[in-house]
Design a protein around this ligand. Structure first.
Ligand code: TYD
Length: 440
């Protein structure tokens, strides 16, 4: 921690349009209000006007409601939002990493929103971000109206040491900052325009989340950063052929993207052109006998390429990398399947992987018979897939053994049930891993 070098030691964030892109969820609940109250439909483009200001203000201005009708509309909106709108939301890419870096640099990170505090907390929790905020200040569920300036006033810690800044996407955020004599940064990736933000007092404008990092994090003479980039996360999915890894990877990627991460999905053997060429060689027919040792070295060679050209650069950018197979596949397939021995295969992979160790290994388990059945639908089997049942029995037993010997490292996912049930398990493991990373 290096408090002295922090540009701002108190950083307030607005939620909708600044941390989360909540348009879909909010628009859905607005439409629900319009329908339930029998109001005339409004055009799609007009729904954007509801993002940012308080509901009362929007309902009066854009739906022409007044008095009790506003209260009724707000109640209908909240009932719908609580069950469907709230999770119909995504975090802007780069936000988790920015918050983590701010935290590590010693700043107080505070949420100041027009939303009811309970919803704001639920949303942050759903995206794994709650623990990164020192406090979450919204409005009580039964509040009728709150000026954003009051929320910011409440959110600002009484004893602040240095400078504070409010970051938001609408004019009420900028005005609230100015009313409290703090700096205001307007973001353009939300729902407000540059003229709106500048016209309402923005001191600076951030076009993208990456600009925020530059404005908020301490730089050393504008060149090397004192607050270093935080590494991303490396997750691998393992299992025998037919376990369903290929189905799970994109589903996992989608959820992590929704949580604001840059996600890189990849597979082994493969990754870049060199590694793909090695893959072709490994799978090729008609090239004569390949010894088990050659096969093990080829997998390790493609991995060396994959690690250095794909995985490490992505992790250095702060991305989450999900790899369909990694070194545990070599231990199971070449170590056990080809009977080279786990420790020898482990040793020959050391140079290939270097310091690139997965943060999470998920092992998709189905019994061998189910896997063979699932795989049976594939018309042409490649060289490895034709290795015979006793080979796959050894591979299967080796995976089970890995999970039994190292339960803290290798996490079993029961993949024998529906895709949805399997996905629920992989998502829970990934979310836990992200949370641990953000809280470390
Ligand atoms: P692929 O068609 O990608 O199979 P899957 O979709 O089941 O992953 O081919 C990868 C094959 O290579 C698969 O049969 C497992 C095998 N393999 C090894 O034998 N050792 C390894 O280290 C790796 C990564 C894969």
């Amino acid at each position: 921690m290096n408090n002295l070098s922090v540009k701002y030691d108190t950083v307030l964030f607005d939620l909708d349009g600044t941390i989360t892109d909540s348009a879909t969820g909010i628009a859905g609940s607005i439409r629900h209000v319009i329908q339930r109250m029998g109001l005339p439909e409004i055009e799609e483009e007009k729904l954007g006007l509801f993002m940012g200001p308080s509901l009362n203000e929007s309902f009066s201005r854009h739906l022409g409601l007044a008095g009790d009708d506003i209260e009724r509309a707000v109640a209908i909106y909240r009932d719908d939002y609580a069950v469907s709108g709230i999770y119909n939301n995504r975090v802007y890419q780069g936000i988790p990493n920015l918050l983590l870096r701010l935290k590590k640099s010693g700043a107080s990170v505070i949420l100041a929103t027009h939303k009811p505090t309970v919803y704001a907390r639920l949303i942050l929790e759903y995206f794994g971000l709650l623990g990164l905020f020192d406090s979450v200040v919204g409005v009580p569920l039964d509040a009728n109206y709150h000026d954003k300036a009051d929320i910011v006033r409440q959110a600002l810690p009484a004893r602040r040491k240095g400078r504070a800044v409010m970051i938001g996407d609408r004019q009420n955020d900028m005005k609230a900052a100015k009313a409290n004599n703090i700096d205001a940064i307007g973001v353009l990736y939300g729902y407000g325009s540059e003229s709106e933000l500048v016209g309402s007092g923005a001191d600076r404008i951030a076009a993208a989340v990456s600009d925020l990092a530059e404005m908020l994090l301490p730089m050393d003479g504008g060149r090397s950063e004192i607050a270093p980039t935080v590494n991303g996360l490396f997750m691998t999915i393992e299992g025998i052929d037919g376990a369903g890894k290929t189905t799970q990877v994109p589903l996992l990627a989608e959820r992590l993207t929704q949580m604001g991460w840059e996600v890189v999905t990849t597979r082994e053997p493969g990754g870049d052109l060199v590694a793909e060429k090695i893959r072709e060689l490994l799978k090729a027919d008609g090239i004569g006998d390949m010894t088990a040792e050659t096969e093990a070295y080829l997998f390790a060679a493609s991995r060396a390429q994959h690690v250095r050209k794909v995985i490490m650069p992505a992790l250095a950018r702060g991305a989450v990398v999900i790899s369909d197979r990694f070194v545990d596949s070599s231990i199971a397939y070449q170590g056990a399947g080809r009977e080279l021995g786990a420790s020898r295969v482990q040793r020959l992979n050391e140079l290939a992987v270097d310091v690139c160790v997965p943060d999470l290994v998920m092992l998709l388990m189905v019994d061998l018979e189910t896997a063979l059945l699932r795989r049976g639908s594939a018309t042409r089997l490649d060289r490895i897939e034709r290795s015979g049942e006793s080979f796959f029995r050894r591979v299967y037993d080796a995976f089970v053994g890995l999970a039994e010997e190292e339960p803290d490292r290798v996490h079993i996912v029961d993949a024998s049930r529906s895709i949805e049930e399997t996905t629920a398990q992989t998502l829970a493991l990934a979310a836990e891993c992200v949370k641990a990373h953000l809280m470390a």
